[in-house]
Design a protein around this ligand. Structure first.
Ligand SMILES: C[S@@+](CC[C@H](N)C(=O)[O-])C[C@H]1O[C@@H](n2cnc3c(N)ncnc32)[C@H](O)[C@@H]1O
Length: 306
């Protein structure tokens, strides 16, 4: 049977610790092997290409800034001293603040969800997610739904209700207390904001990692989609980062528009593993771009397009 075309956003389950241990050698002493890892499985999550991203980080920068946070695979791999993390998805951002500020209460709420988990319970909690206002209640609900829904997807309907069906996991790991506490520690000093990318502050010498929804594929993370015009706006934002003296690294799919928008910068093509399911599951490789306004690991930006 011919596999269907790979979906760019299907999460790939690689063991985060294995990926990190494999690359946390003497060449990358800043990489934190085996501490906190993403506490949600996120569509488009970057754990599968972490080695490619980590080897292209700048040698020196002030604050680490991630404007399309999702599961934060790169943030947890680097665990920078100073971080500015943002995403447009409000429940997701509240979940990060709850993990940072109220992890013990979040753990006990998640424990209660884990104990009661079944199909009816899942459907009731799904309806509850966007009705709640307490960040910790929202955080526990979001993590519970993320661990039990189909493929860890986050999707809402037109009226903003989370509508992903339940996944068919035999025994999903809903609560991982050790990792939640480690993630809370890693987030301890991070600024966490709900913002569209273009409202993120531009600061000289900061490093920006930008991982938008891929160009030309399914991209309705928050119900609004991310189309060609958003990609153009993002390219303009990168130009502003560059003009402000910041360093950026962007991941995206390899399409003519993306190559054209970033032609002034350092564009590299890499092969990213993807999960494809037809009958069973299968891994395939797909071309993806890593775009930077600097070269090598230690140099300053080599050009300043205007
Ligand atoms: C590909 S995912 C990021 C995955 C992440 N790097 C990881 O490792 O899990 C893209 C993220 O961008 C967010 N997003 C979509 N449109 C946005 C916008 N206009 N501004 C900021 N974030 C946006 C989505 O909510 C989603 O979390």
């Amino acid at each position: 049977m011919t596999p269907r075309a790979p979906k760019m956003h299907e999460p790939l389950d690689l063991d985060f610790d294995d990926v990190l241990s494999a690359i946390a050698d003497e060449n990358m002493p800043s990489i934190k092997a085996s501490s906190a890892r993403p506490f949600v499985k996120w569509a488009g999550g970057k754990r599968a290409i972490l080695p490619e991203l980590l080897s292209r980080m700048p040698g020196k920068y002030e604050a680490y800034t991630e404007c399309f946070l999702g599961g934060g695979a790169l943030f947890f791999a680097v665990q920078p001293e100073e971080a500015y993390l943002s995403d447009i998805n409000f429940p997701l951002v509240l979940t990060y603040t709850a993990v940072r500020d109220d992890v013990e209460r979040l753990i006990s709420k998640l424990q209660a969800h884990a104990e009661k988990h079944n199909k009816t319970y899942y459907l009731d909690r799904r309806d509850q997610l966007t009705r709640e206002t307490d960040p910790t209640t929202i955080g526990a609900l979001l993590i519970y739904l993320n661990k039990t829904c189909y493929n860890g997807l986050y999707r809402v309907n037109q009226s903003g209700k989370f509508n992903v069906p339940m996944g068919s996991y035999k025994d999903p790991t809903i609560l991982d207390e050790v990792n939640l506490r480690a993630a809370s520690k890693a987030l301890n000093r991070a600024k966490i904001k709900q913002k569209p990318f273009f409202q993120v502050p531009l600061v000289k010498d900061n490093f920006y990692y930008l991982d938008p929804p891929y160009h030309t594929t399914f991209s309705s993370y928050d119900g609004s989609g991310f189309g060609d015009n958003d990609h153009r706006k993002l390219a303009d934002f990168c130009k502003q980062i560059n003009a402000a003296g910041g360093k950026f690294m962007l991941s995206n799919s390899d399409t003519p528009l993306i190559r054209q928008l970033y032609q002034a910068y350092n564009i590299e093509s890499i092969e990213a593993p993807r999960m494809v399911s037809c009958k069973g599951t299968q891994r395939v490789k797909e071309k993806e771009l890593i775009i930077r306004n600097y070269d090598g690991r230690k140099s300053e930006p080599d050009r300043q397009p205007t």
